[in-house]
Design a binder for this molecule. Structure first.
Ligand SMILES: Cc1cc2nc3c(=O)[nH]c(=O)nc-3n(C[C@H](O)[C@H](O)[C@H](O)COP(=O)(O)OP(=O)(O)OC[C@H]3O[C@@H](n4cnc5c(N)ncnc54)[C@H](O)[C@@H]3O)c2cc1C
Length: 400
């Protein structure tokens, strides 16, 4: 244990979150958004009064265009810049970062979709924040891991002309960013006629689409999280993101998961920076642990972004799963250290973000792909490489 309080172990964390000037990366890049998030982080977590404002705030700061080609109306850059954006926002408000994740991930689906017409139709309104993008693909991800069947079914439409068209029915119990002012949600559907499942973009105002009231969550309440039901919703090829969900998901998963890991990066950085707000004795007590976690976090961030940028995780998803598990561990440990250094102040309402970050950290292991899901998947892979083992099978070639 260190015997003196030193800012050195936090150097890398402070560099990422609070900077040499004491400003966070977001405060430098988008000061108005950073200030808005700091003022409202508690509200965004505990109630829905500001839920309509999050996407427009993110759009106004230019974050929805990050990593989107300029030719398509974006700001240029790469997906790793978008991961950084999610991390920067998560350091201020995890709820807002989750909304950004949903919106930016949906945008990524369009960028990687072969359906050019759909992209041209939806992208402009998604980039301005006029339309919210939601990703309801937990079900599809769990399907790939052989955990549950697809919950939406597409039946060929008898009234269709020569081009493919369907009636789609089913429901998804959890989707974030179902903004009441207008959304489009990505969902995977099994075809009654057989063949690979498709992924559709389902508009909020399509016939037969019903959004539930917001779910009664313990946190993240400003995220427009609700259930979505489709009853005989008519869709056609213009609404289809891909006609081969398993193959396409494997290609898109590194961006999906990379952006999601951005939430962990930002939250862990903020918690580690929070340990620095404790008194000198408390800081000294945890300085070594904080330093080690900061180093681990930097290394994980570097590996994550390099792997996503180089396409490594398309063929080696296990490495990405391991990174996600390791990051969740750092989030947990960092949040715990922040509780320790915050003392009683952290237990009083309105004095710090310590309690909120505890709730935020509790979400990290359960968002799909959940930690238990990934642990089983990694065990199954290890089992597959050892012929005598009997691990649960996954839909191989897709999930593994
Ligand atoms: C606030 C909030 C927002 C959300 N937003 C979205 C969203 O925008 N889009 C979306 O698609 N989903 C969303 N989800 C869903 C989320 O990503 C998880 O899918 C969901 O919480 C887990 O589903 P469940 O609780 O029904 O898991 P259950 O099916 O009840 O399973 C419990 C846990 O065990 C795991 N599990 C189950 N079977 C197995 C098995 N055979 N092997 C290993 N692990 C297994 C599951 O992954 C899960 O972690 C959200 C959830 C919450 C709480």
């Amino acid at each position: 244990m260190s015997t003196h309080a030193s800012p050195t172990p936090l150097g890398t964390v402070a560099g990422a979150v609070q900077g040499q000037s004491g400003l966070s990366a977001l405060s430098v890049r988008a000061p108005e958004l950073a200030a808005w998030l700091d003022s409202h982080a508690e509200t965004l977590d505990t109630d829905a009064t500001l839920s309509a404002e999050v996407v427009p705030q993110l759009a106004q700061a230019g974050l929805l265009r990050v990593g989107v080609p300029t030719a398509l109306g974006g700001a240029g850059g790469t997906i790793t810049d978008a991961i950084d954006s999610v991390a920067d926002v998560a350091a201020h408000s995890f709820a807002a970062a989750f909304v950004l994740w949903g919106q930016r991930t949906f945008i990524e689906y369009l960028l990687q979709s072969p359906n050019r017409g759909l992209r041209e139709r939806l992208l402009p309104a998604l980039l301005t924040g006029e339309l919210a993008g939601a990703t309801g693909l937990s079900n599809a991800m769990k399907y790939l891991s052989a955990i549950e069947p697809l919950q939406i079914r597409a039946t060929d439409r008898a009234d269709a002309d020569a081009s493919p068209a369907w009636h789609v029915s089913g429901g998804l119990p959890w989707i974030t960013n179902l903004r009441k002012q207008g959304f489009v949600a990505a969902a995977a559907a099994d075809h009654e006629a057989g063949g690979p499942p498709s992924i559709f973009a389902i508009a909020h105002d399509a016939p037969g689409v019903t959004r539930s009231d917001d779910l009664d969550l313990i946190g993240l309440r400003g995220t427009n999280t609700a259930a979505l039901q489709m009853t005989d919703t008519p869709l056609d090829d213009n609404d289809r993101i891909t006609d081969d969900a398993p193959v396409w998901l494997v290609r898109v998963r590194p961006a999906f998961l990379g952006l999601q890991c951005g939430m962990s990066l930002g939250l862990a950085r903020r918690s580690l920076a929070g340990t620095h707000e404790g008194g000198p004795g408390a800081r000294a007590a945890v300085a070594d642990e904080v330093g080690a976690l900061a180093e681990q976090l930097d290394a994980l961030a570097t590996r994550l972004k390099a792997g996503v940028a180089q396409g490594e995780f398309v063929t080696a998803p296990a490495k990405l799963f391991e990174l996600r598990i390791a990051l969740a561990g750092v989030v947990h440990d960092a949040a715990t250290l922040e509780v320790q250094t915050g003392g009683g102040r952290g237990y009083l309402r309105g004095l710090s973000g310590v309690a909120r970050r505890q709730r935020e950290a509790a979400f990290v292991p359960i968002v799909t792909p959940s930690l238990v899901q990934l642990k089983n998947q990694l065990a199954a892979q290890r089992g597959a490489s050892q012929p005598s083992a009997t691990a649960a099978p996954t839909r191989t070639g897709t999930a593994s």
